[in-house]
Design a protein around this ligand. Sequence first.
Ligand code: PLP
Length: 428
Amino acid sequence: MTPPPLVHLNLRVRGLTPSATVAINERSNRLRAEGREVFKLGLGQSPFPVPAPVVEALRDHAAERDYLAVRGLAQLREAIADYQRRVHGVVRTADDVLVAPGSKELMFLLQLVYYGELVIPTPAWVSYAPQAQIVGRTVRLAPTEASRDWKLGADELDALCLEDPGRPRVLVLNYPSNPTGCSYQIDELQALAEVARRHDVVVLSDEIYGELHHKGEHVSIASLYPEGTIISGGLSKWCGAGGWRLGAFVFPPELRRLLEAMESVASETYTSTSAPIQYAAVAAFRGGLALERYLWRARRILRALADALLVRVRALEVRVAEPVGGFYLFLDFSSHAKALAARGIRYDTELCERLLEETGVAILPGSSFGRGPLELTARLAYVDFDGARALAAAEALPADAPIDKAFVERYCDRTIAAADRLCGWLGR
Ligand code: PLP
């Protein structure tokens, strides 16, 4: 007989389960521990190692032991402000920057201190909506369409704002997008910026994949709507350092009070971000030739791999928008709905579970990203390969040599093998 509980647990947050990405990772690990071969295309972790100059900077500062300022190390905030000026032409100072253990934490703090409605175009990254649920914030999901590359149109934002004009709002714009890999063109950003300005919408511009734009052509909406945009970024994706936990928000001076409110909450919760990691991050944001080379190669490998995967899935008439950045494909299996139903698969969750059980390929259902489970969508993260080996091979190529099909079949072998298994399973 189970003993009665000692304490009656009265949880304030009900109905929350661990984040879907974390759950699939744990499930994949369990299958691996049972001796099964698992292809990890579920968790969105960069395949590439942390660039050598950044690792060296961490080594040099391993003995840093003091608590740092809540806002972050002054040198790092300066480096991040410089980076924004250099890369996006957005003029900011160290006083506009707030550093934290991950941008995810900052998004949570923002939702905690800001009382407006959160507008989230879907499909969207898995954690925005659950964070809002935790703090009891209202969320307005704005479904986007495959035919528009899953992007929110300025007309749609305008219509949404006109439903209740004057209501304070934060629009979360994530580009290049997790989970679609799509991004906004400058004219689309311009149109969104105009609508946001007209309706006084704060834009939280989640640019964590900005440096992984496959052509290095990321444009920030902050350059078009500087007074109302908070830029969110960090080391997790482009620097391959998710586990280091370093993120930053860059605010316009107009929103300084928001920064200060978040800083107060930070001081009572995480205190400050790891000191050695902040010193190392200075090297990452200052950039330099070695980092440029690293990024140039990483982007070309991701581009070539995306192309090889598109050819495979499109041959089976799986619909997918062409990604322009990051490392995700958002697959739409609805053209196979009948055949899948005949195999007892009606929901996207069933599709992903059966695929994992029967082939060892882990991908995430679109319903984790705010889409309907009957739409039969799923996110594939093309990251299961040895990124260090692939980068070294790219480095050994002559500068003008292409990174082609043969290259990715050789160096991104596990991801290619996983795609082949997925296609074989689907075509069965
Ligand atoms: N935003 C998006 C779109 C992400 O995909 C992620 C991580 O997966 C984050 C934010 C959080 O990143 P961080 O590691 O800085 O907390």
